[in-house]
Design a protein around this ligand. Structure first.
Ligand code: O7M
Length: 217
């Protein structure tokens, strides 16, 4: 994933026409488009292939199954031209390894600790261990909570130069600049961009906040 704006749009809409139009309007303002179950269930995997023609598409399937099933899911995402795929880490090292092996040139990001309050219940106590799994399996990076920048800092120490993508900005209360200062490479933003009257301007604003927080980068 090439990071320039350091912003990834979470395209969590179920109207495929709106999804296409949003993707067009933020072109050049975000580095990637994250597609999650709501859009794929509504529009089919074809929407991933379609959006991939003009953007890096990150398939957020939060894959968390046995290795063989994970491989089958990843193969579908790769066949639809996804640039990256997200898996959960809690299913264990063999499950994550199966994703990385099946992904080939596509990048795998491992979800460590979730950003919502419930994420502190089960994922947070194991996040450091999951981050180490991401390193050992050769994943491209991890997903870590922008709502807990202090945790991003700790996870950065564990993953070294691997990419950290941080969701939870805006609607969930996290601040892009805090997440980036704590060590995230990019933020994942959904509602604050796609519900804005001018989504491109909203994306630009997040990128500007990030630039202001990291002078000289
Ligand atoms: O900005 P929002 O809150 O509207 O959307 C955030 C997006 O990030 C949404 O697509 C979530 O599914 C996703 N996300 C989280 O909000 N928290 C997490 O812990 C993990 C993710 C995610 O992207 O997982 C890979």
């Amino acid at each position: 994933m090439r990071l320039d704006r350091r912003v990834i749009l979470a395209l969590d809409v179920t109207d495929t026409e709106r999804a296409r139009s949003l993707a067009r309007s933020v072109r050049g303002e975000v580095d990637a488009i994250k597609v999650n179950w709501p859009l794929v269930l509504a529009g089919g995997l074809g929407i991933v292939r379609e959006l991939s023609a003009a953007a890096y598409v990150l398939c957020d399937f939060k894959i968390a199954d046995i290795p063989n099933t994970n491989r089958l899911i990843i193969e579908q995402a790769v066949a639809a031209d996804a640039g990256g795929v997200i898996c959960h880490g809690f299913a264990g090292e063999d499950s994550v390894r199966a994703c990385v092996e099946a992904a080939g040139r596509a990048e795998v990001f491992v979800l460590t600790e979730m950003s919502h309050p419930g994420g502190a219940q089960f994922t947070a106590p194991h996040a450091d261990e999951i981050a180490r799994i991401a390193v050992r399996t050769g994943a491209a990076g991890i997903v870590a909570p922008a709502t807990r920048p202090e945790r991003v800092k700790v996870l950065r120490e564990i993953v070294g130069p691997k990419l950290i993508l941080a969701p939870g900005v805006g609607a969930q209360g996290g601040k892009a600049s805090d997440a980036i200062r704590a060590g995230a490479d990019a933020v994942i933003v959904g509602r604050s961009i796609y519900e804005a009257l001018d989504p491109a301007a909203a994306a630009r604003q997040v990128a500007a906040e990030i630039r202001a927080a990291t002078p000289g980068r």
